[in-house]
Ligand binder design. Structure first.
Ligand SMILES: C[S@@+](CC[C@H](N)C(=O)[O-])C[C@H]1O[C@@H](n2cnc3c(N)ncnc32)[C@H](O)[C@@H]1O
Length: 207
């Protein structure tokens, strides 16, 4: 769950939009983080499509997570109408692409990206395929990459039953491997799992 501090930061990020590229979220669920970003983008005069990618199909864990927040969902419910209701009221040009990530990223219209939030790609091959698809559209010195569950692996590690925690280290390993290409803008380790980075310079991918 993202915290009020993260929502406030997303709002600030949106307000700082410079007009050089689109904003997007990969893994949006009901739209809380997208809505916080859109509030700020609207203040900044954002006029491009807001790209949103998700399968928007609830599973058992999501039904429970929503119930804990007093929202009633059914298993396998199509969540896209809820996402659209929560976001289009803020900004009408939300462009939602529903399906499995990363294949649905092929629907992106290949335009510069200024703000990119990742909250679905957390392990491979989804993380690596998603980054490879979108990174060519990042703007050096400008694009903000928000890894909203950067510290997900820590939660898995602390739960003794979750033996698979290491696979969720992928975003951390990616940033460590490319530490010259990204700088940390804000780290919310104290009260959530999010870290925001600025993409500084292009990556030369190892063969
Ligand atoms: C943690 S939730 C996003 C929460 C949202 N960013 C927020 O804070 O309000 C992750 C979302 O990613 C979606 N998701 C995870 N893996 C996916 C995949 N491979 N393809 C499509 N959607 C996926 C789930 O359906 C879920 O809606």
């Amino acid at each position: 769950m993202s915290t009020p501090e993260v929502h406030q930061y997303l709002n600030e990020l949106g307000r700082g939009w410079t007009g050089q590229g689109v904003a997007m979220e990969v893994g949006c669920w009901l739209g809380a983080t997208s809505a916080a970003l859109l509030d700020g983008l609207v203040e900044a005069g954002y006029d491009k499509l807001y790209w949103a990618f998700d399968k928007w199909r609830s599973n058992e864990a999501e039904v429970q997570k929503a119930y804990d927040q007093k929202v009633l969902l059914g298993i396998s419910q199509d969540l896209l109408p809820i996402f659209l209701k929560n976001t289009k009221s803020i900004y009408p040009k939300v462009h939602a692409v529903q399906g499995i990530i990363p294949p649905i990223l092929n629907m992106f219209n290949l335009t510069p990206i200024e703000i990119c939030l990742f909250d679905a790609p957390k392990s491979n091959p989804v993380f690596s395929d998603s980054i490879h698809k979108l990174l060519p559209y990042f703007i050096p010195g400008v694009t903000v990459l928000g890894l909203l569950d950067y510290y997900f692996y820590l939660r898995r590690k602390e739960d003794q039953l979750k033996k698979d925690w290491e696979k969720f280290l992928v975003p951390v390993q990616f940033i460590e491997e490319h530490r010259d290409n990204f700088t940390v803008l804000r780290d919310f380790k104290e009260n959530s799992s999010c870290v925001f980075f600025r993409y500084e310079k292009p990556i030369s991918w190892k063969k």
